[in-house]
Design a protein around this ligand. Sequence first.
Ligand code: SF4
Ligand code: ZN
Length: 294
Amino acid sequence: MKCIRCKKEAEVELKSHNAAFCRDCFLLFFYNQLNKAVKQFKMFDKEDKILIAVSGGKDSMSLWSALLELGYNTTALFVDLGIGGFSELARSKVEAFSDRFDAPLRVVELKKEGIPIPEVVKKIKRPACAVCGRIKRYYFNTEGLKGGFDVLATGHNLDDETSRLFSNVLHWKMEYLEDQSPVLPSEEGLLKKVKPFFRLTEFEIAAYAFFKNIDYLTSGCPFSKGATFSTYKRHLNRIEYDSPATKIDFYQGFLKNLRPLLNKKNKEELTRCRVCGYPTFGEVCFVCRLKGLA
Ligand code: SF4
Ligand code: ZN
């Protein structure tokens, strides 16, 4: 198989793009998809201070690496969830990357905050991922605003976005569909959020990480067992295998045809937490309640 661009021996085949690339041409394709996403949705420019939410996994570490390579002004934020050896290993990968590339990194430790995930989950008996997601969002927004950042970037990829879309459509979760977009504008107390990898698949990001020799976390979180999105990912992968480009068509079709028709009618009004000022639906926000500050 030959690279469709330079005719050298190809190393990556991308059926959904009807293409095969050698290493150098694949990297050009990769940056091109990333740049297209950033431009199409006016995510950020070289003047902006970008906060990248990093977990130590392949996607966020690759996003950190690619935005650094492209010369953006980035700082990474790692929330140490306090989940034993899993969090320790994740943190060591993130810190090693920061040292290797002399890249700015901030760390929030949930143990120091008094709310490590395993303890919180035991105490309030709610699904770990729902609790963890809300706590992480809280720190991404509060740390981002405190640090004067313009935008929060996450490593969500095309597989994440299509599986979420698939789930939201199957169950007609209109309030979630309204919030599904590669870019969400800033609101009072909340940072603008962007997903620069939304055009790239897990496979393409893994290929980038491999070619760039990025050392990322491969072990899964002990709380991740039975996550529903992985079921949808599996089904979508089977459809994609039989019919390449279905995922990108599905997601781009949503952005073009349905997204513009959705308005925020299902959204409740937010108020401010009386303890910390974070946007919330009640009097006191979730994190302040967990900390027992109410
Ligand atoms: Fe948090 Fe769930 Fe992810 Fe574990 S799997 S890091 S608990 S969101
Ligand atoms: Zn609060």
